[in-house]
Design a protein around this ligand. Structure first.
Ligand SMILES: [Ca+2]
Ligand SMILES: [Ca+2]
Ligand SMILES: [Ca+2]
Ligand SMILES: [Ca+2]
Length: 205
């Protein structure tokens, strides 16, 4: 009886410690930073290169700050930014409030569809002065004479980019200064900025 009990106990302890090791060492995105450590770095456990600068979160000395890859030079832009929203978003299908997120409207005044966009945006916390900067290459087409919207949220539809769940946008309730730069290959970048009121990322307005 005693042998059976201690065998069972040993098996239980072993399985418990294995589960613990597995949990604490889980690295879902394979960047070398365990899931439980990603929030400490303000990085995304589901994205190996949170700021999109090409260096993975472990190697990146500043994993939520990317240099600006967009440039002012190049041919005069045939596109422009429309609305830049950081709150008061509306679901276009239901016309009801959508959770606060960064949403950028791009108008294409040119004669050719625009693809291969590069988007760079920064967030500066009004209280702490902390800054984050991200690069995305959204797979959207802005049709000639038309418009498209780029969303940084949790959506998976075309035009929706993954938001970092450990970003200042989510973790700080302070106001934010947000800048946006969008560039199509071969053209000058276009820029805009917007202020987000204090209150953090709300689930609905
Ligand atoms: Ca990771
Ligand atoms: Ca990561
Ligand atoms: Ca990076
Ligand atoms: Ca970086």
């Amino acid at each position: 009886m005693k042998t059976i009990l201690s065998t069972t106990l040993a098996a239980l302890l072993l399985s418990t410690s294995l589960v613990h090791a597995q949990t604490s060492g889980t690295d879902t995105d394979g960047d070398g930073v365990p899931d439980i450590s990603e929030p400490l770095l303000h990085t995304d456990p589901m994205n190996p290169d949170t700021d999109g600068d090409g260096q993975n979160d472990l190697a990146d000395s500043d994993p939520v700050n990317a240099p600006d890859p967009t440039v002012a030079g190049g041919a005069t832009s045939t596109y422009r930014l429309g609305e830049i929203l950081v709150e008061n978003n509306v679901d276009p299908a239901t016309k009801t409030d959508a959770p606060d997120h960064l949403e950028i409207q791009v108008f294409n005044d040119g004669a050719a569809d625009l693809t291969a966009l590069t988007m760079y945006y920064t967030l500066t916390d009004a209280d702490s002065g902390a800054k984050e900067a991200y690069v995305f290459r959204p797979h959207v087409t802005v049709p000639a004479g038309g418009e498209a919207r780029i969303h940084v949220d949790e959506g998976t539809a075309p035009g929706h980019l993954r938001a970092n769940p450990n970003s200042l946008y989510v973790t700080s309730l302070a106001g934010k200064h947000v800048t946006v730069s969008v560039q199509a290959d071969g053209f000058a970048a276009v820029q805009g900025a917007v202020e987000k009121d204090p209150g953090g990322a709300e689930t609905a307005d």
